[in-house]
Design a protein around this ligand. Structure first.
Ligand code: GLC
Length: 554
């Protein structure tokens, strides 16, 4: 299969400093991508063997989620050592080989940096535990005395993002802050040693040829914790306007200004993309040219499949990107959310603020009923629209196969701390992290020679890559065609809306006669004039069916 997909003519490595502005970036969740050695955990050699597939897909870059040594308390976002590779995933030599192979294939490499917290196995944290209160070792983290005469009560009633308390006692009256899992102690970014060590890490990987960094929880590093800690209700009520004690503080950008200076030591400059869950008007700060350079726009993760909503989000984000001098980013799926092929096949959430798909997952995939066909039809339409937009598109492994979320993972096999810390409320994110099906048959559907670390359902083979390669109507073929076309078509970062009489239809024009028309309704709409380059579903004569997108050239 790999050979069939190899199209070396497709992508010479773009060597200009702006390569990232309109890149199609493919997110690899390494433990679930491809396993070379049969331990059930995906690894670097597994990815290496799939470079021809990635090249044939037509992406410009990969972003690899953490591959560092880790106890996997949070899928690798609990890092033991920022400058090494988890032995289960390979060695630094394997990493170098992989980067060389990707570059050779014209694919740039972005890696995940997790600066908000280390793991509790990191040498710094072990040293902190072995050191007394007030020590330099503890000052790298956020330690506070507990309340009550013997310090047996937490310093504040804060809850972690995964549920449960955010403070953990260490046995001597002190507690440490972990905004995520207990195994993820938050770092103290007021500490110069912490700052310097991350600069060293950025150089370490940049020297090894890494092209850019995705910054985890980028809005959380700067914290202002006075002696009197506010309670959770106060934290929740405070505006996130730059002065909130924990989130999106203005001075976080001093950290990224330093990082930018490191990025700019390289040619081409290294890039950054912030995972910053902030008010949208504050996003440009992260994306600024003096800062990380780009920030994720997650608006589509929370949007309905709705023409007006998509249009509003496109306009808002193009304006935000222009405000920062950056390009915008589009995301429909990632390792933290229900896959979009499933989201779009479920009714809208019934309660405000409820995550789309959460109730369905909690019911083990029983209710509300999932319309899988419709989900896929809409997912393909949404993807084709997004790939036609200016800016960069971040794709999540498996979406090119139309892969749905897996709901039927037994409790005993779940791994996500969000599940364990929130019983009955949050089922966690394992359902989008199930190892990929490469072949319709065979052990773990071709993921590896011997099993998969999360169970794959029986129906996974229906989505296997090998069954889609030669089928021109498959989702994989649509992605390949669109990505190849996009490579040639993507010109200036401009878009002009074309008025449509039907409110369910969006139509826009890109430079050089490239047009994109998407029908969010269920009834067919007239297809504008032009030759069809690619469509997300079958076209019927001069009609664009419901829940379908087409690219045209005038
Ligand atoms: C980010 C990651 C998520 C992780 C969390 C804590 O949101 O995307 O997977 O659990 O940070 O590191």
């Amino acid at each position: 299969m790999s050979d069939v997909l190899a199209r070396p003519d497709l992508h010479p490595l773009r060597d200009d400093a702006d390569w990232w502005r309109q890149a199609a970036v493919y997110q690899i969740y390494p433990r679930s991508f491809a396993d070379s050695d049969g331990d059930g955990i995906g690894d670097l050699r597994g990815i290496r063997a799939r470079v021809p597939y990635l090249q044939g897909l037509g992406i410009d870059a990969v972003w690899m989620s953490p591959f560092y040594p880790s106890a996997l308390a949070d899928g690798g976002y609990d890092v033991d050592d920022y400058r090494d590779v988890d032995p289960r995933l390979g060695t630094l030599a394997d990493f170098d080989d992989l980067v060389a192979a990707l570059h050779e294939a014209g694919i740039r490499v972005i890696i995940d940096i997790v600066p908000n917290h280390t793991s509790d196995r990191h040498e710094w944290f072990r040293e902190a535990l072995a050191s007394p209160r007030g020590s330099a070792a503890r000052a790298r983290y956020v330690f506070r005395d507990g309340l009550g005469p013997d310090g047996s009560l937490p310093p504040a009633d804060w809850t972690s993002a995964f549920g449960g308390p955010a403070w953990e006692a260490v046995g001597d009256g002190q507690w440490y802050l972990h905004y995520f899992a207990t195994e993820q102690p938050d770092l103290n970014w007021d500490n110069r040693e912490v700052r310097d060590d991350f600069l060293r890490t950025l150089r370490f990987w940049s020297d090894r040829g890494v092209d850019g960094f995705r910054i985890d929880v980028a809005h959380g590093l700067a914290k202002r914790l006075d002696d009197d800690l506010p309670d959770q209700a106060t934290l929740d009520s405070l505006p996130r306007d730059g002065a909130h004690p924990l989130w999106d503080r203005d001075e976080v950008h001093e950290i990224y200004a330093e990082w930018r200076r490191v990025f700019d030591e390289y040619t081409p400059p290294r890039t950054g993309v912030a995972e910053a869950w902030v008010e949208s008007h504050r996003r440009p700060r992260y994306a600024s040219v003096d800062g990380l350079g780009q920030a994720f726009n997650f608006d589509l993760l929370e949007a309905s499949f709705d023409a007006a909503e998509f249009r509003r989000i496109v306009d808002a984000n193009l304006a935000l990107a222009a405000a920062s001098g950056s390009s915008t980013t589009w995301v429909l799926s990632n390792h933290d959310v229900v896959r979009h092929a499933t989201r779009y096949g479920l009714p809208e959430p019934s309660a405000p603020g409820e995550k789309h798909g959460a109730a369905w997952l909690l019911s083990g995939g029983a209710t509300p009923p999932l319309d899988r066909e419709r989900g896929l039809r809409r997912a393909r339409a949404a993807t084709l629209l997004v790939l036609g937009l200016p800016g960069s598109a971040y794709l999540y492994q498996g979406e090119e196969l139309g892969l749905p979320e897996v709901a039927e993972i037994p409790a005993a096999e779940r791994q996500d701390p969000a599940y364990f810390r929130n019983p009955g409320v949050d089922i966690g994110r394992d359902g989008c992290r199930v190892p990929l099906p490469w072949t319709a048959e065979g052990d773990s559907f071709g993921f590896g020679p011997d099993g998969a670390h999360l169970p794959q359902p029986d129906w996974f083979g229906e989505y296997a890559a090998d069954g889609q390669v030669d089928d021109p109507t498959s989702t994989l073929s649509m992605y390949r065609r669109a990505l190849a076309l996009r490579h040639d078509l993507q010109g200036a970062e401009e878009l002009e809306w074309v008025p449509t009489p039907d409110p369910d239809v969006v139509h826009f024009r890109r430079p050089d006669g490239w047009e994109v028309v998407a029908n969010f309704g269920t009834e067919p709409a007239p297809l504008p004039e032009g030759s069809v380059l690619v469509a997300s579903g079958d076209l019927v004569g001069d009609r664009l069916p419901g829940e379908t997108t087409a690219w045209l050239r005038r």
